[in-house]
Design a protein around this ligand. Structure first.
Ligand SMILES: [Zn+2]
Length: 520
């Protein structure tokens, strides 16, 4: 057994990549001086040697014992059943989770299979899988829909011996389980998973999506895309649709399907995906997913897991449309506030509680508007909150599903001011340098006789001017008709000396002045 340390292995990979002049999107064969080094789809050199590489277990991350502990936690969920599909070379069970709303009765459920950790060092592929398990065991609308329609078979650690022994890529017999699906006799792990696949494919609910979770030294998240030369043009399009669908849930996070293209010159027969293609053709979306292996951007396992699961549901045509709030606005008019909101889609939407907060109080429910239940049409709603006193109000919507789960909208703020009187507010800030804001209110009024000649139906001709302490006009800020409402005028005094100034509002018969201080 050759012991190498982790840093040396990474060094080896970097050197390999450096000399390789890689066209990442196409080929796996690389030149390294006069030697040909072939990288596998995970971006690691293919190792056919009989020498055993060894990584100290702490570099492996998640251990076999961690898995045993997590199995005990997962087992507590009513949505999980845990079995072993077989034994490894050293006799460790190959644990499989069955996740569905009733994992003991899977009649009519659509089937997804996920396995991780074929390559023990590629822990990130497991971390994404772990996040998928968390999502699927949650009480979110998405999880409920997924469990109601589907069964997820998940093998979190397909190569437990490799994890325990510290073999980065192989099992206890020093065989790469990823690329030996057509080597006979089979390794026990391969035989067990192949038997599991065979059994499920013969069942009334055959596998529709199979994901093989890895992580890549290329520091990118990607699916290994199988070229139509090794599949079919129709399957190539299905793959593109699947990959694009997942990417739409994690824009910028997952590479396009062109990032890593395999099978460009026929079907490579050694992989689990090959087994599906040869035996079941276009009926199974069988893909390897590669997460980022130990690089600076590694992370976001939850976003990745969510994107993959949403992509899987969409690909299978299982509609998950939570209530999606399109807009939420509020408008003050006289002493009332008109709330309007629009939903893009709804799923099991019982309705909306309208909640209001005033001054220092807590949010309280002031009304309820019934929802449309389930619809993919845009729906508009409104609610009028009447007889309000002046002040600042805050509103939010509590959207409630039929099953009682709920979500809050963002909070919006509205100012109610009676528009019965003209007002001229003290400028703010004051003293100021060099900018300040002056606020005033124009009421709904029948204008006085003296200004009626100039009047419109409502509103006033408004003049707002600034004077120095001797009464000389400094600037005219406003001189125009203004309809009823509240106005804020910001202005800046760059070229004036420090001192006291006045501002005067004249509107109809209303005249009011206030003092302000410029302090430089
Ligand atoms: Zn791998």
């Amino acid at each position: 057994m050759i012991k190498i340390n982790y840093h040396f292995l990474i060094f080896l990979i970097i050197i390999t990549l450096f000399f390789a002049d890689i066209n990442l999107s196409q080929t796996q064969t690389k030149n390294n001086n006069d030697k040909v080094i072939e990288l596998d789809k995970c971006g690691f050199p293919i190792d056919d040697s009989n020498e055993i590489l060894y990584l100290s277990p702490e570099y492996m991350g998640y251990s076999y014992d961690s898995l045993l502990a997590d199995l005990e936690l997962w087992r507590m969920s009513e949505y999980v059943k845990i079995d072993s599909i077989g034994l490894s070379v050293q006799g460790r069970p190959l644990w499989q989770l069955t996740i569905s709303d009733d994992p003991n009765n899977l009649e009519g459920k659509r089937t997804i299979h996920i396995h991780a950790r074929t390559h023990p060092q590629e822990t990130e592929g497991f971390y994404v899988t772990d996040e998928m398990i968390k999502i699927l065991l949650s009480e979110s609308e998405f999880a409920q829909t997924a469990r109601a329609n589907c069964v997820f078979y998940i093998i979190p650690m397909f190569n437990p011996d490799g994890v325990v022994l510290g073999y980065p890529r192989k099992n206890a017999n020093n065989v790469d389980l990823e690329s030996n699906w057509n080597t006979f006799p089979h390794q026990p792990e391969v035989a067990a998973l192949k038997a599991q696949f065979t059994q499920l494919m013969a069942s009334p609910n055959p596998i529709e999506v199979m994901l093989n979770m890895h992580s890549s030294s290329l520091c990118a998240r990607y699916f290994v895309y199988h070229h139509e030369n090794g599949t079919s043009s129709n399957y190539a399009q299905l793959e593109q649709g699947f990959i694009n669908g997942v990417r739409s849930y994690f824009p910028g996070g997952i590479e396009p399907y062109t990032y890593f293209v395999s099978w460009a010159s026929g079907t490579a027969l050694q992989y689990p995906e090959s087994w599906f293609w040869v035996n079941h053709g276009e009926s199974v979306m069988a893909l390897t997913y590669e997460d980022m292996y130990q690089c600076s951007q590694t992370g976001k396992f939850d976003s990745t897991a969510s994107a993959i699961l949403h992509g899987v549901m969409d690909y299978m045509g299982i509609s998950v449309v939570p209530v999606e709030l399109y807009s939420f606005t509020a408008q003050a008019q006289d002493q009332k506030i008109i709330l309007k909101w629009t939903t893009a889609t709804e799923l099991n939407n019982n309705g909306f509680e309208i909640q209001r907060r005033f001054a220092e109080s807590d949010f309280a429910t002031i009304g309820f508007v019934r929802g449309k239940g389930t619809t993919t049409n845009k729906t508009e709603y409104s609610y009028i909150d009447k007889d309000l006193t002046d002040g600042k109000y805050y509103y939010r919507l509590k959207q409630i599903d039929f099953n009682g789960t709920y979500e809050y909208s963002s909070v919006i703020e509205v100012d109610v001011r009676s528009l019965d009187n003209y007002t001229l507010e003290q400028n703010y800030p004051n003293p100021f340098n060099p900018s300040t804001i002056i606020s005033f209110t124009i009421p709904n009024v029948t204008l006085s006789a003296s200004s009626r000649a100039e009047s419109r139906d409502e509103g006033s001709r408004v003049q707002l001017r600034v004077y120095d302490i001797l009464g000389n006009e400094v600037v005219t800020l406003v001189d125009e008709y203004k309809s009823a409402g509240m106005y804020n005028v910001e202005f800046t005094m760059h070229n004036l000396a420090s001192g006291i100034y006045f501002y005067k509002l004249q509107a109809g018969d209303y005249v009011e002045s206030r003092k302000m201080v410029l302090l430089k």
